[in-house]
Design a protein around this ligand. Structure first.
Ligand code: UFG
Length: 372
């Protein structure tokens, strides 16, 4: 089957770049549209078209769609960061809703009928029930989650009105990196636990502050569902296959279904590196749910997907290898042994042939949970 091109917005970002690389390796024609406000364009393969531009720029989007015979959109571009969104909500609504709607409207007018959206577990706010199913109340606690949820609503309604097959993939805590070390998590400023704790252990940042040791969890620290970014990339391919044949997958949680506490993450990093992670304990971070773990049954049912790289140690090893390969990483004498061990020749790229494409040519119809 000859497949049409895929427009990947935000494809220079952490999750988007992992997806774009995988999709190219799977023989897809990918065009990345990214404003390069964050992300790492140098990591993208030369065989991929990168257009520097804004998702809300109608002329640019039209030009890409016509020039590359685009048949579907995977929309990663957006603003993330719970705390930052409280300080500057207008930027979050502008990018995550206003410009995203313009993108959706532009591609709808051009006849595109397949659209995937990067959503987030933040749409659930503080869930009462863990693991959280997609049918849980949607009650985000900050403009980041609210703006993502607003676009989910819009996509669901526009999809129904105009026959667009869509999916809103709700990520839990993305972690890890491509196992050959060639793509890394690269947020600026960095706010995520794993990269911050790795840097603290490597002496590249001050000790990290653990936000709260009195949460109602087994060890008092928050519990999160860490999901390997390579697994996320595969889930997107599955979802793309589905929407391309006209099957709406709706909202889908992407996690492992298993939680790890912040203390467990620090202990695992210490054991991978053979040195402790310097840390102190501070107050709870406002809006942090004590436990956020995905109910992954819907992902299995509608995508035929489940996470495979589920070991926390594997995610941390992959994150470490990639982190030390970033151009800005400075190798210092105090980490010589670690560098020797982890800056080893790159492992081979993932064996994506193991991803069974053939069995996903048709997808079961599924009724996505309705929006209130
Ligand atoms: N944490 C610390 N200290 C830090 C950083 C994080 O203790 O310096 C803790 C947090 O309190 C939380 C856990 O580590 O309990 C994970 O925090 P992250 O900031 O890495 O991730 P979040 O769980 O806050 O948020 C991530 C994404 C959001 C997404 C959410 C959904 O950044 O976009 O997962 O689960 F909405």
């Amino acid at each position: 089957m000859s497949r049409r091109g895929v427009l990947v917005t935000g494809g220079a970002g952490f999750i988007g770049s992992h997806f774009a690389r995988l999709a190219v390796e799977q023989g897809r024609t990918i065009v990345v549209l990214d404003d390069l406000s964050s992300g790492t364009p140098g990591c993208l393969p030369a065989s991929l078209h990168l257009v520097e531009g804004d998702i809300g720029d109608v002329a640019v989007v039209k030009r890409i769609v016509h020039a590359h015979d685009i048949g579907s959109v995977v929309h990663f571009a957006g603003k993330l960061g719970a705390e930052a969104s409280v300080r500057a909500p207008e930027a979050y609504f502008d990018v995550n809703v206003v410009r995203a709607l313009r993108l959706l409207d532009t591609v709808r007018e051009l006849g595109i009928r397949a659209f995937l959206f990067s959503s987030t577990a933040a749409v659930y706010g503080q869930p009462d029930l863990v693991p959280v199913p997609e049918t849980a109340p949607l009650a985000p606690l900050n403009p980041c989650g609210t703006s993502k949820l607003a676009f989910e609503h819009a996509l669901s309604a526009v999809g129904a009105a105009h026959g667009i097959a869509w999916g809103a993939l709700r990520y839990f805590n993305a972690a890890g990196a491509r196992r050959d070390g060639t793509l890394a998590e690269n947020h600026e400023p960095e706010t995520h636990l794993v990269p911050l704790a790795l840097d603290a252990a490597l002496g590249k940042r001050p000790p990290i502050v653990v936000f709260g040791s009195d949460h109602p969890t087994p060890d008092g620290t928050c519990v999160r569902d860490f999901i390997h970014v390579e697994d996320l990339a595969v889930a997107h391919l599955r979802a793309l296959d589905a929407v391309e044949v006209g099957t709406t997958v709706g909202p889908v949680n992407l996690g492992t279904g298993r939680g790890h506490s912040v203390r467990e993450v620090l202990a695992t990093i210490a054991s991978v590196l053979g040195r402790p992670v310097p840390h102190t304990f501070g107050p709870r971070r406002p809006g942090d749910p004590p436990q956020l773990v995905a109910d992954v049954r819907r992902a299995r049912a509608v995508l035929g997907w489940r996470a495979t790289r589920t070991s926390l140690a594997t995610m941390i090893e992959d994150a470490l290898r990639a982190r030390m390969r970033r151009p800005q990483f400075v190798r210092t004498p105090d980490i010589e042994e670690i560098a020797e061990k982890w800056l080893c020749p790159a492992e081979t790229a993932p064996d994506w042939d193991a991803v069974d494409q053939a069995s996903w040519e048709s997808f079961p119809a599924s009724d996505p949970p309705a929006y209130p």
